[in-house]
Design a protein around this ligand. Structure first.
Ligand code: ZN
Length: 210
């Protein structure tokens, strides 16, 4: 239960966020648009869904951080990793942010693309760890209800974020930008709201059971 942390106030702890927070990572940003279809960019969809999820979680009393609130790359102001690879700096910034904040869970938002445009539906990727797998299946079930799909969550072995973040983290591929039906949902305000609500439903289920 999330509420069990409510009493753990410690004034000697100088952190701006003394209680565990939910970190929402809106994937990509700035010159890194992620995947796309025409002028529809993944980075914009991730940000819209992230903002909506942020508002819902905050309204329900969860301490929540959205790691970007505008269209910029996290690598632009990376303080931690002086790598020449913008992509690596970007990834390191995401990981470092989750360490500086006492994150309880990390939800990384992305959009999928498939060569076969009949491929559709959400896929949630998780770490090879029980709580992450449970969080992923909770969110997957909730999104499957919205999309009328029966996709299964998957272990996200090659993903930097999942390998480098210590708390339970998941990557939510909210749908396929290459599929007409998914794209309609991903690219409309109503669809983005429904997706955010479905992700919230999964998070709620996770915190109710943990
Ligand atoms: Zn992505």
């Amino acid at each position: 239960m999330y509420g069990s942390y409510a009493a753990a106030e410690d004034n000697s702890f100088s952190h701006a966020f003394p209680q565990p927070v939910i970190l929402i990572d809106a994937g990509h940003g700035g010159i890194d648009g992620g995947t796309s279809h025409g002028d529809i960019l993944e980075k914009d969809i991730n940000l819209e869904i992230g903002r909506r999820l942020y508002v819902i979680l905050r309204s329900q009393g969860y301490r929540t951080i959205l790691n970007r609130t505008g269209d910029y790359a996290l690598s632009d102001d990376n303080r931690w990793l002086r790598s020449r690879s913008r992509h690596l700096r970007d990834l390191a910034q995401r990981k470092q942010l989750s360490e500086e904040l006492p994150s309880e869970i990390v939800i990384s938002l992305h959009v999928n693309w498939g060569k076969n445009n009949s491929k559709r539906g959400p896929i949630v990727l998780h770490q090879s760890e029980g709580r992450s797998a449970f969080l992923a299946s909770s969110i997957q079930n909730s999104l499957n209800n919205l999309y009328s799909t029966s996709s299964l969550p998957q272990i996200g072995k090659p993903f930097y974020l999942l390998n480098h973040v210590d708390c339970p983290a998941v990557i939510v591929e909210t749908g396929f930008i290459s599929n007409t039906e998914d794209r309609t949902l991903l690219n409309s305000k109503r669809g983005q709201q429904k997706i955010a609500e479905a992700i919230y439903g999964g998070i709620l289920q996770y915190f109710t059971a943990i």
